[in-house]
Design a protein around this ligand. Structure first.
Ligand SMILES: C[S@@+](CC[C@H](N)C(=O)[O-])C[C@H]1O[C@@H](n2cnc3c(N)ncnc32)[C@H](O)[C@@H]1O
Length: 267
């Protein structure tokens, strides 16, 4: 049933009936934000007056919280502009029950305000939410060039509209050449979708009980994949990616079309 669940590092995650899935790994929700997204994105090491971060799937806002917390601790004095894409406006009730019992609580109350008001600015940070289907929202961001992208929808099987070749083409278009996209998924068909969208794909860190994730960039800024893994991505019919040519298919259509393509390739 939809509701908060405690994870291994003491932070809560939200289970949603719609996806039959929790937002984070059971080993540690906040830990995942830090170790799968913020640190591997390299954003904390960048030296630019203004840094832009695209956060796909705001959820409980942990990726934003971890980014802001670590950025403040790093002593950087650059401006950090975060744009979060989120479909669901109903999470305030659950966010109000999230407590960390440390300095994150005061930062989190600002982030909660950003979610309920649509935007918030404090010190060197600003957060703007764009509500709606991320496939549509991304079309409004054509002029932006992000320095990091946190790709954090639900799993490809539950949330296929945010893992297709055409979706990653939209993402690739708004990334700086040296920007890094971070994600927890290491599925071959996801990696193939990224490659077809023009991104260089590499290994991301493994965290908790989860397998390695994936890092991707328009340039050569990610650790390379093993040759045999790349071969499998190229040649295995099961690596067929999701396709969504007009960026308007339903989840069921995207999944069914992929299965049909796989069976055609096998025959
Ligand atoms: C795994 S959760 C994100 C967790 C979040 N990054 C955090 O740090 O707490 C995935 C989020 O993606 C959102 N989402 C799913 N499909 C979407 C879509 N098509 N457009 C925008 N947001 C979507 C869900 O509502 C959910 O909040």
């Amino acid at each position: 049933m939809t509701g908060l669940i405690e994870t291994g590092d003491g932070s809560a995650t939200l289970f949603l009936d719609e996806y039959e899935q929790a937002m984070h790994s059971s080993s540690g929700a906040y830990e995942e934000a830090v170790l799968k997204h913020v640190i591997p994105s390299g954003i904390l090491l960048k030296e630019k007056k203004e840094l832009y971060v695209l956060d796909v799937g705001f959820g409980l806002g942990y990726n934003v919280l971890a980014l802001v917390q670590l950025y403040s601790l790093s002593g950087s004095r650059f401006r950090l502009k975060i744009i979060s894409l989120e479909k669901d406006k109903s999470f305030s009730f659950y966010m109000d029950s999230v407590v960390f019992n440390d300095e994150r609580d005061s930062l989190y109350s600002i982030i909660k305000k950003g979610y309920s008001q649509g935007s918030v600015q404090w010190g060197d940070f600003s957060l703007s939410l764009i509500f709606g289907d991320a496939r549509e929202s991304l079309k409004q961001l054509k002029e932006y060039r992000f320095d990091a992208v946190f790709q954090d929808p639900f799993s490809p099987a539950k949330n296929p509209e945010l893992w297709s070749v055409e979706y990653f083409e939209l993402i690739a278009r708004v990334m700086e050449h040296d920007a890094v996209l971070t994600t927890y998924s290491s599925a071959d068909h996801v990696r193939k979708a990224m490659i077809e969208a023009g991104l260089v794909v590499g290994k991301g860190p493994a965290v908790g009980q989860k397998r390695e994730g994936t890092l991707a960039s328009p340039g050569n800024f990610v650790p390379v994949l093993e040759k045999d893994r790349l071969e499998k991505i190229r040649n295995n019919p099961k690596s067929e990616p999701y396709r969504d040519p007009e960026l308007n298919l339903t989840r069921e259509e995207i999944i069914t079309n992929r299965l049909e393509s796989i069976s055609k390739k096998k025959n």
